[in-house]
Design a protein around this ligand. Structure first.
Ligand SMILES: Nc1ncnc2c1ncn2[C@@H]1O[C@H](COP(=O)(O)OP(=O)(O)OP(=O)(O)O)[C@@H](O)[C@H]1O
Ligand SMILES: [Mg+2]
Length: 398
């Protein structure tokens, strides 16, 4: 009796060629809208995914889009992708269709997508990821995921629109660089004005102050009213000189360079309480080492701006300022007990103002590698948190 022999390599090659030709023909048919359904792997074995809904007109529209468009199974197998997506991932379309979407993601982004997939299957979601293209390049994209029709009431099809963010990231970076340049120029100009005020106006005021004192001394007690006037003039000039000094300090806190952030935060808080009557409590301030000059300046400017907002908008009684360092992270917390506001839609200011304060604070924080978060609750108050990550070894010991 003859036993069946296993097929030899030649027969195997023929069989493989046949399967390849069949697969290519299926892909061609899918692309031309000739296929009604696909059999793909699912949780409970093979599942049928029908393509009957993909009308030709829609297909043309999707093919003409400047965004990547895909349909996937919940296991992220790509059922359909347009040419634009194939171009984004620099992969022939025939190799994209039928493959797993995960192949275009890093492990971390794969996990992010998995985490969002459940929500996506219910309501839809938008996430930003990096697509790993076939040539090894990476593309920042926004993926909008929505559940599409359920196949036969059970197998869910997911729709994805993939938008290339390269251009908008570039614009964002240009804008950021511009804003940072504005901050630099503003600091330089403030420094210049402070210098001129100090070298010219303050010196002049001091000279007049001394003269007015001399005048008051020279007027005899017989010239009572004139002497009183001279003394009043002296006091007024003294007050003006102090005001100008205060403006100069705010414009360019020389004391920041000399004495460091602790001293300036204390002085700023004391001055604020004296001027506005709002009590400022400072905690955790004593840092053991000086921070980089840019970081100290940024934190000082943020506090200045935040206190300005408290005075202008908050109607607060108390402000607490907390500065601390945890390892390489510096944290500044400014909390008031005022009226609060809607951070998503800050109300139009009745006090005038360019509404650039919060934006400027954010830019200041970003400039030194930090982030700024604003939390506010109506009738409870506002909290501003700045976190700055210092590069190792960037601080200097006092
Ligand atoms: N501490 C706060 N308490 C209550 N509302 C605040 C507080 N800080 C900011 N706001 C609200 O947020 C808005 C935006 O603040 P932002 O500092 O950006 O602009 P502004 O103070 O109105 O103007 P500018 O700072 O440019 O002079 C304010 O108009 C105000 O309504
Ligand atoms: Mg403001």
């Amino acid at each position: 009796m003859k036993t069946a022999r296993p097929p030899g390599p030649a027969a195997e090659l023929v069989a493989l060629r046949l399967r390849l030709a069949e697969a290519e023909e299926t892909l061609r048919a899918i692309r031309h809208g000739e296929v009604d359904a696909l059999l793909g792997p699912g949780r409970q074995g093979g599942q049928v995914f029908s393509l009957a809904g993909a009308e030709h007109a829609y297909r043309m529209l999707i093919e003409a889009m400047n965004e990547g468009a895909l349909t996937l199974t919940t296991e992220k197998m790509i059922l359909y992708a347009n040419e634009c997506f194939a171009r984004m991932v620099k992969c022939p379309l025939e190799q994209v269709t039928g493959s797993s979407f995960r192949r275009f993601l890093s492990a971390a982004d794969g996990a992010t997508l998995r985490a969002h997939m459940k929500v996506a299957a219910q309501t839809g979601v938008k996430i930003q990821l990096l697509l790993h293209a076939g040539d090894g390049s990476k593309l920042p994209v926004q993926i909008s995921i929505r559940p599409l029709a359920k196949e036969g009431g059970k197998n869910l099809i997911i729709g994805m629109v993939v938008t290339d963010l390269t251009e908008s990231r570039r614009t964002e970076e240009t804008l950021r660089a511009l804003t940072q340049r504005v901050v630099q120029v503003q600091e330089a100009e403030r420094g210049q004005v402070a210098l001129e005020l100090h070298d010219n106006i303050t010196q002049l005021l001091c000279a007049i102050l001394v003269r007015s004192q001399t005048l008051a001394d020279q007027l005899s007690t017989h010239d009572g009213p004139a002497q009183q006037e001279a003394l009043k003039l002296r006091d007024l000039l003294g007050h003006t000189a102090e005001e100008v000094e205060c403006i100069t300090r705010n414009l360019r806190p020389g004391v920041l360079e000399l004495l460091g952030l602790d001293a300036v935060l204390r002085a700023t808080s004391t001055e604020f309480t004296a001027r506005t009557g709002v009590v400022v409590t400072l905690t955790g301030v004593a840092l053991t080492a000086r921070l980089p000059p840019d970081t100290e300046l940024a934190l000082y400017r943020i506090l200045q701006e935040a206190l300005k907002n408290v005075h202008k908008h908050a109607r607060a009684h108390q402000v607490s300022v907390h500065l601390a360092r945890h390892g390489n992270t510096v944290q500044l917390l400014i909390k008031d007990d005022g009226v609060g506001f809607n951070t998503q839609r800050p109300p139009a200011s009745s006090k005038g103002g360019s509404r650039l304060g919060l934006l400027g604070m954010r830019e200041r924080a970003a400039y030194v590698g930090g982030t700024l978060t604003v939390k506010s609750v109506r009738r409870t108050g506002t909290e501003i948190e700045v976190k700055i990550l210092l590069s190792p070894g960037s601080s200097t010991v006092n």
